[in-house]
Design a binder for this molecule. Structure first.
Ligand code: FEO
Length: 404
């Protein structure tokens, strides 16, 4: 996709990755884009680069606007590979450009490149540069989502260049929220925001709230949010800010999800009556089989629901590996404000359900206990116990949800 003006004098010069379905292990069914931006002012300024595989595309897009040798400033808001690995090629074309980056960003950059001959200026929150008629303010945003992260605000155009924050993994020929909503829907855009948040930003809710408060305190009027992935927010950037604040507060729907795996269908046979019990208490319930669902899809389902039951068979006295993997992944995302429980089948010694509760404890999640175990295969009596387990779990969700 060719470069184009997002406002007068500021151009999107990025690349669309239509084919990516595995983004460092995270499923991206909609593909993604690597957004970077070129500001045509007295000092021509590039904000971020793109993933190395797409460096030809961004260079061509820049060349459509200006000779890259004329770039005076390169702002690196984030050094993750998908944004910084074209920097060497940009610096070959614009060897006299000055790079603006956080202190942690500079340290990280040294691990990617020999930076000895680059002019690098370390910046911190509230530092500004005047690039002609425009003033850019830097806002550090450490751990949103890497230590080096920062955002750049253009005062005159009221645009927040937010790097990963407020982004979505969407490949589309639409570049703006209103265009995408017209072709897809608001619900699909919201779902992409949730997907991104759940799998990348879930651990950082308190930092997100503090950063948004800090931006508001700086009195920066935000007319547009231009992230490094997906759709640019130009119609109602406040909407995505509010959405982030809700998610940072742990917002979830009054619903349950059963996330399970199974060896010989016994744990699967437990899931159905449990779901029936949950539904009969008036709580919506969905069932997710791990080996039939990408990990990032299961994480998103977990994040959207107030309550989750994990169905885990015992294998060699420990958790079935796919469920252990899911729980390890979940623990890294530091979930909060979710009610959890576990069930599963076993053959002789058992142990998986107990291990699942130990994981819940490590995560600091409120758990519904005791879990439910079935020997070999659920009998009619076991199915009734599963149904009742589901009903009791739903009652706890209804009570727990009132806290939020
Ligand atoms: Fe899109 Fe944290 O990189």
């Amino acid at each position: 996709m060719k470069s184009f003006a997002i406002t007068e004098g500021i151009y999107w010069v990025g690349a669309i990755d239509w084919a990516v379905r595995d983004f460092h292990g995270y499923e991206t069914p909609r593909g993604t884009s690597y957004n970077n931006y070129l500001i045509m002012d007295e000092e021509i300024t590039l904000i971020d680069t793109v993933k190395h595989d797409f460096s030809d595309i961004t260079i061509d897009n820049i060349k459509r606007i200006v000779d890259p040798a004329k770039i005076k400033n390169v702002i690196i808001n984030h050094i993750e590979n998908d944004h910084v690995t074209s920097l060497d090629r940009i610096m070959k074309l614009a060897p006299n450009a000055t790079i603006y980056i956080t202190g942690k960003g500079k340290k990280g950059l040294e691990r990617f490149y020999d930076i000895a001959n680059w002019d690098i200026r370390v910046v911190k929150t509230n530092d500004t540069i005047k690039i002609g008629k425009r003033t850019l303010i830097f806002i550090e945003s450490a751990m949103l989502h890497w230590p080096d992260s920062m955002m750049t605000y253009c005062c005159e155009d009221k645009i927040l260049f937010s790097q990963d924050a407020f982004g979505q993994h969407i490949a589309s020929s639409d570049r703006f929220d209103d265009e995408y909503i017209a072709h897809a829907s608001q619900a699909e855009l919201d779902d992409a925001v949730i997907d991104y948040y759940a799998n990348i930003l879930m651990p950082f809710g308190p930092l997100i709230k503090a950063k948004i408060a800090e931006i508001q305190k700086l009195g920066l009027e935000i007319g547009m949010i231009a992230p490094d992935h997906g759709i640019i927010w130009r119609v109602n950037p406040q909407k995505v800010l509010s959405h982030y604040l809700e998610m940072a507060d742990g917002k979830a729907s009054l619903s349950a999800v059963i996330i399970y795996d199974t060896m010989w269908q016994s744990t699967a046979l437990m899931a159905n009556p449990i779901a029936e019990g949950i539904r009969d208490e008036g709580v919506h319930c969905e069932i997710i089989k791990l080996r039939a669902t990408p990990m990032s899809g299961a994480i998103k389902k977990f994040w959207k629901s107030r309550g989750a039951l994990v169905g885990v068979p015992t294998l060699n006295n420990i958790m079935y590996p796919t469920v252990a993997e899911f729980l390890t992944h979940l623990r890294g995302l530091r979930p909060k404000n979710r009610l959890v429980g576990a069930f599963g089948s076993y053959g002789w010694g058992g142990g998986a359900v107990k291990e699942a509760y130990e994981e819940f404890k490590r995560m600091g999640l409120e758990s519904f206990e005791p879990g439910l175990q079935v020997l070999y295969r659920p009998s009619t009596e076991d199915e009734a116990a599963c149904y009742n387990f589901g009903r009791e779990f739903a009652k706890r969700i209804l009570e727990y949800h009132t806290k939020f």
